[in-house]
Ligand binder design. Structure first.
Ligand SMILES: [Zn+2]
Length: 418
């Protein structure tokens, strides 16, 4: 049975619904990996974020039309991640209207720059694994930040580049609705959030969602600056919003509740930074940091800090590497040996590859089984199915959707290769 809390998170956060945030402001939850918003103006509406596919965007537009059928007057992107920008063409409907984004906007949907040396194949594979692309809806359950089961037609197909890049905080008129665009670097440096002071609605992009923040994405991301993100959460908490419309998961209502969710998420980030720095000062290895840093009870028990999307241990590792790089201060690791050389030594110590295989089969510690299987596979021993079974077993206990999807996706790949 999959992790019950992950199933519950999917059921409570991603059921399809058009939610009225305030008079004339609606949010679409559960139709796509991300949420979309519509703000009604005098003669037109503004769409904030557009989903990851043309099919999901069309479903959302059809629902929005039932609330307000005024034409779309402009689109705002909170940031450039593909799950927010890929349904724009549907909302444009072939018309020439403004698309606003922050000056730092840089879509990863634009063509890969062949002149830059980058591990693009690895990124592609890990992205497929993290989001469980190719897994059944039942296997996937959830993306952590969105429903596992959602339309995939026209995935990435509807991106349209912004027509205007906003340089700094500014007030704009959304056809009679006063809005303030605020530069809010957080999950990405290009975040721009939308504050509607008259209705008290804050559209916060991915700087907050109902899950421990994805301070490190296992698909592979450069260092996300923890301190900058924490500062932005502080700013968002001080705005005094009555409704928070996140980039993923359901809206949050109430000034105090919004302060609480933003404040405790900020506190959790600061805690990870502080504890990781302390362990680094004490000379801890990356593995010990990953296994050792944990949230205190008063934060760990907050439902919105459940590790459905981001994970505390991965974040601690990311902070360590992001601040001082991979060397942990232990000179042993300066000359760390290759996997093959370590596998040869380990097999010798175990009394040969047969003994190593037996140990891998007999241990109840699934992580240890994976590590022994890796030695065996490196030594060209047939441990692929044993490794795949261990990954599937780990996936079933895992609360983190991206870990679950990756275990299942990689297990399939390993079984297919044997
Ligand atoms: Zn997102």
């Amino acid at each position: 049975m999959p992790n019950a809390r992950l199933i519950e998170h999917n059921k409570t956060q991603f059921v399809k619904e058009i939610v009225e945030l305030a008079s004339g402001v609606w949010g679409a939850v559960g139709f796509a990996a991300s949420c979309q918003y519509m703000v009604e103006g005098a003669h037109s509406v503004t769409i904030i974020d557009t989903s990851e596919s043309t099919k999901a965007a069309q479903n959302v537009l059809d629902e929005f039309r039932q609330r307000c059928d005024k034409p779309v007057g402009r689109i705002i992107f909170t940031h450039a991640h593909r799950d927010h920008v890929s349904g724009a063409s549907v909302f444009l409907g072939g018309r020439d209207i403004p698309i606003l984004a922050s000056k730092g906007f840089k879509s990863d949907l634009m063509a890969v720059d062949e002149a830059t040396i980058a591990p693009n194949k690895a990124l592609g594979r890990r992205t497929m694994a993290q989001f469980g692309i190719g897994l059944s809806g039942e296997e996937r359950i959830s993306l952590g930040c969105g429903p596992g089961d959602r339309p995939m037609d026209g995935l990435g197909a509807g991106f349209v580049p912004p027509t205007a890049l906003i340089e700094g905080d500014c007030d704009i008129d959304l056809d009679g609705v006063h809005a303030r665009l605020i530069m809010a670097p957080g999950e990405t440096p290009d975040h721009m959030i939308v504050w509607l002071p008259d209705s008290g609605v804050l559209i916060g992009g991915d700087n907050w969602y109902h899950a421990f923040p994805n301070l490190y994405a296992i698909r592979g991301t450069p260092y996300r600056d923890f301190a900058v993100w924490a500062k932005t959460l502080d700013q968002m908490a001080n705005i005094g919003a009555k409704v928070l419309g996140p980039g993923h998961t359901r809206p949050v209502f109430g000034v105090e509740q919004i302060r609480e969710v933003l404040g405790t998420t900020r506190e959790a980030m600061v805690h990870v930074m502080r504890e990781t720095a302390k362990m680094m000062d004490e000379g801890a290895s990356l593995d010990d940091i990953g296994a050792g840093v944990a949230l205190p009870d008063h934060l760990a028990t907050k439902p919105w800090l459940g590790e459905f999307y981001g994970k505390v241990g991965w974040s601690a590792r990311a902070f360590a590497v992001g601040t001082l790089g991979w060397y942990d201060g232990n000179p042993t690791h300066l000359g760390a040996m290759s996997d093959h050389r370590r596998a040869v030594h380990t097999a010798q110590l175990a009394g040969g590859t047969d003994a190593l295989m037996k140990a891998a089969q007999e241990t109840d510690d699934l992580q240890w089984r994976l590590e022994l299987c890796d030695h065996l596979i490196t030594l060209e021993q047939p441990a692929q199915s044993l490794k795949a079974e261990a990954m599937i077993a780990l996936a079933e206990t895992e609360i983190n959707a991206t870990a679950r999807n990756t275990y299942l996706w990689e297990a399939k790949r390993l079984i297919d290769a044997t």
